[in-house]
Design a protein around this ligand. Structure first.
Ligand SMILES: Cc1cc2nc3c(=O)[nH]c(=O)nc-3n(C[C@H](O)[C@H](O)[C@H](O)COP(=O)(O)OP(=O)(O)OC[C@H]3O[C@@H](n4cnc5c(N)ncnc54)[C@H](O)[C@@H]3O)c2cc1C
Length: 532
């Protein structure tokens, strides 16, 4: 591509949101679109084989490999934050659980200033995105680019988890995106024919040969270029070579909840004093860029298992053979986080569930980076409604330097987030103690015993809590002047620049964040085209 080529739109980041925009905006053949992606192509077979996620999330060549600052409330531990750096972004390395949250999440956004983002406004976009193998109904779509399916392979332990959950008092739920969210069941997954359906697969592959769409990988956006207060291009390094491109209509930032605020600040949009200290020329003083950082904190309970039912010692060769040579069959199709649940604890602020479970028929400690010998199972339990807020700040004026990520886990002054995490651990132990697990239950691993005092539960949470990978909120959307983007996702004080990704969520939704991010991009495409 020639230097300073001219496009109508430049999209920065080919992740969950960016691939959606690339597809929708290039539907009009008269519109020229450039999609820049810092990572490479999604060629690795373990991206596409769902069970490969255990290996792929830790592969540094397709991962930004971020870490938080030491967290005072977690015994000073640094928390690892994987993020996809490849076509498809984090949708190429995620666990494929298809969850939207509940109507109240979006009605809450709208009531707090995100006009046009209430449940009735966003449901059509969830449906437009979705190709659910169960077919269409009032809440589901069946013709969209994002394939959603029931799991092809379910480990016996995941069924046991559902039985145990029912014995613990939670109803079975066969559709967490249906009329009610609460209960225990199996996740539907973003898969097509037993393979991962990232947004690169669902949205980009079918349109990548459009002559009006240019996809540039290995292209790290370093700065938005402005003519006064109007964004009109992007400076980027293409495999290390300084390059730039011009956008005659808009620049669209889709770098995710860490990289979009970072790029805004590198471009001179952010807290003016902090930017000047790093030698960055200020284009717009926007104090809240990088603020309002929220994440779902999660704690894993691990237990040995006595029947060799888990995936821990699955024969890798046989798994690969059945997957690659037998038309995507067997455990290779598993997203590993097969079972799940949504629970409303006594601490829930309203009628919505405040705790989410992911059940894993294998031992996952430290994101799978720490292998434990033998067989076992794991319960992830996270706080869906955190009160703590963190921030993201620059460490230098270079795009190649990682920003400082301070999630401020358990930092809420009332200590309510810690209490919810204690409930998370208590509920996990209670489900593991039910009759259904009797024939399988081996020795406890984390925590080291099945019954804990209150103070032991606190110690356990502080020692083991981790992210469940849902950072949002750092370019908050709202109607107030302090918000970073307005409800049309336009950056305040600037023309021709929007942010379209998980960073614009004003508040975390009650569930996983991939489908909501895709919904945001679907609706943004219509906003950009003037269709809503
Ligand atoms: C390990 C893991 C497991 C998860 N599991 C689930 C799950 O099961 N279900 C679910 O719903 N959600 C899950 N999530 C969360 C979900 O995947 C994310 O919320 C969602 O993908 C965020 O989308 P995004 O578009 O905001 O960012 P991303 O998808 O991360 O995309 C950002 C893209 O921009 C690129 N980029 C960034 N900066 C630049 C730059 N300067 N120049 C060029 N390119 C740039 C990145 O490389 C990346 O491709 C998981 C996430 C992770 C990491």
């Amino acid at each position: 591509m020639s230097d300073n080529a001219v496009f109508d739109y430049i999209i920065v980041g080919a992740g969950s949101a960016g691939c959606v925009l690339a597809n929708r905006l290039s539907e009009d053949p008269s519109v020229k679109v450039l999609l820049l992606e810092a990572g490479g192509r999604d060629w690795h077979p373990f991206i596409h084989m769902p069970a490969g996620l255990a290996k792929i999330a830790n592969n540094k060549t397709i991962n930004w490999d971020y870490s938080t600052t030491p967290q005072p409330q977690l015994n000073g531990r640094v928390v690892w934050w994987p993020r996809g750096k490849v076509l498809g972004g984090s949708s190429s390395i995620n666990a494929m659980c298809y969850i939207r949250g509940v109507a109240g999440d979006y009605d809450g956004w709208a009531a707090n200033g995100a006009q046009g983002w209430g449940w009735d406004d966003v449901l059509p976009y969830f449906k437009r995105a979705e190709r659910n193998s169960r077919g269409a109904d009032a809440l589901h779509g069946a013709d969209g680019p994002l394939s959603v399916s029931d799991p092809r392979n379910v480990n016996r332990l995941s069924e046991i988890f559902i039985e145990a959950g029912q014995q613990a008092g939670y109803a079975r739920n066969d559709d967490f995106n249906g009329v009610r969210q609460d209960g225990v069941g199996l996740y539907q997954v973003t898969q097509i024919d037993g393979a991962r359906c990232s947004t690169a697969v669902g949205y980009l592959n079918p349109v990548k040969s459009r002559p009006n769409l240019t996809i540039h990988t290995g292209a790290l956006a370093e700065r938005v270029i402005f003519d006064k207060q109007r964004a009109n291009g992007v400076a980027y390094s293409a495999h290390g070579k300084p390059t730039q491109a011009t956008a005659t209509r808009e620049v669209l930032l889709c770098g995710g909840a860490i990289n979009s605020p970072q790029l805004l600040m590198l471009s001179g949009i952010g807290p003016a004093d902090a930017l000047r200290k790093l030698g960055i020329d200020v284009v717009a003083d926007s104090a809240n860029v990088g603020q309002n950082l929220q994440d779902h904190l999660d704690v894993c309970t691990l237990q040995h298992e006595t029947q060799r039912t888990s995936y821990d010692r699955a024969n890798e060769l046989k798994t690969a053979f059945n997957y690659f040579l037998r038309g995507h069959q067997g455990p290779g199709t598993s997203n590993i986080a097969e079972g799940g649940g949504f629970i409303r604890s006594q601490l829930a602020p309203d009628e919505r569930p405040d705790i989410q479970l992911h059940f894993i028929p294998a031992m996952i400690d430290d994101h799978g980076r720490h292998r434990i010998a033998g067989d076992g199972y794991t319960m992830h339990a996270c706080n869906l409604r955190p009160r703590s807020r963190g921030e993201l700040t620059l460490t230098s004026n270079r795009a190649t330097d990682k920003p400082r990520i301070e999630p401020n886990y358990l930092g809420d002054p009332e200590g309510l987030d810690l209490r919810v995490m204690i409930e998370c651990a208590r509920i996990s132990l209670d489900v593991f103690a039910q009759k259904a697990f009797d024939p399988y239950r081996g020795a406890p691993i984390f925590p080291a015993k099945a019954t804990l005092s209150e103070s032991e539960l606190v110690d356990f949470v502080r020692m083991k809590a981790e992210t469940v990978y849902h950072p949002v909120g750092t370019c908050r959307m709202g109607s107030d002047d302090a918000s970073v983007v307005d409800p049309q996702l336009r950056v305040r004080g600037i023309e021709g620049l929007r942010v379209v990704d998980a960073s614009v969520m004003p508040k975390l939704i009650g569930g996983n964040t991939n489908a909501p991010t895709i919904m945001i991009a679907e609706r943004a495409a219509d906003l950009i085209r003037g269709l809503v």
